[in-house]
Design a protein around this ligand. Sequence first.
Ligand code: ZN
Length: 254
Amino acid sequence: MSYLFDTHCHLADPKFSHSLADDLEIANNHSTSEFLSVGSSTADWFDTLQLAKQFQSIHAALGLHPYFIESDYPSQLEQLELLIASNSVSAIGEIGLDFSKGVTANDSTQMLVFSQQIQLAQTYNLPVSVHCLKAYNPMLNFLKNHPVEGVMHGFAGGAQMAIQFIDAGLHIGINSVLLNQNARRYHELVQCIGLDRLVLESDAPFGMNLDSDAPLASLMKVAIKIAELLECPVQEVIEKTTANAENLFIRKDS
Ligand SMILES: [Zn+2]
């Protein structure tokens, strides 16, 4: 296995609508050959499912992101469950908690919507892709009591917090923020947790340090940086992170 698996990207985003086939090919030339494309609102669920039908390398995740929770969220969740029940979906995501200022849905509504989606993950035996900002402790407490498999995507919470999420059964998603010279805390996180529960992600088109001509081709640079931080061969990083991602997101029964 010598290819990379991008475990969090938004391929239904309009920024890809005219260039996706080319972007996937460029990524493939840079050894990234599998993608978990996350849908985050009613606006992109259908497109995400469509892409997964169109491209063998794309796996669909559907979820309701805290930014897109509307007052009529019960019907949003109903629609989500219908789609999950009737399509081939690889994960629930992007879901999460974001208690930073400016997010419309209040903390308790977010918690309710998140918990219902965790229940969906348990019912349909699916992993999750989780966004978490300014909500690490409530998130951790919830997941300890409602165990699911999946990834804390774009994790920025520090090594000790990461270890607690790993102990709760989660993986940690690392992106190209790692390429920042001054991202010392992020470098230490990788050194502290090692490869066992690590997966890679671009978060394209929103991720940092992405090449605008090749937004899906950043993973090899991240893998090389991880190898440097862990003083191990880059091949080991590629094999381990891809195996972790496949174990989570490629259904054994399909
Ligand atoms: Zn995202």
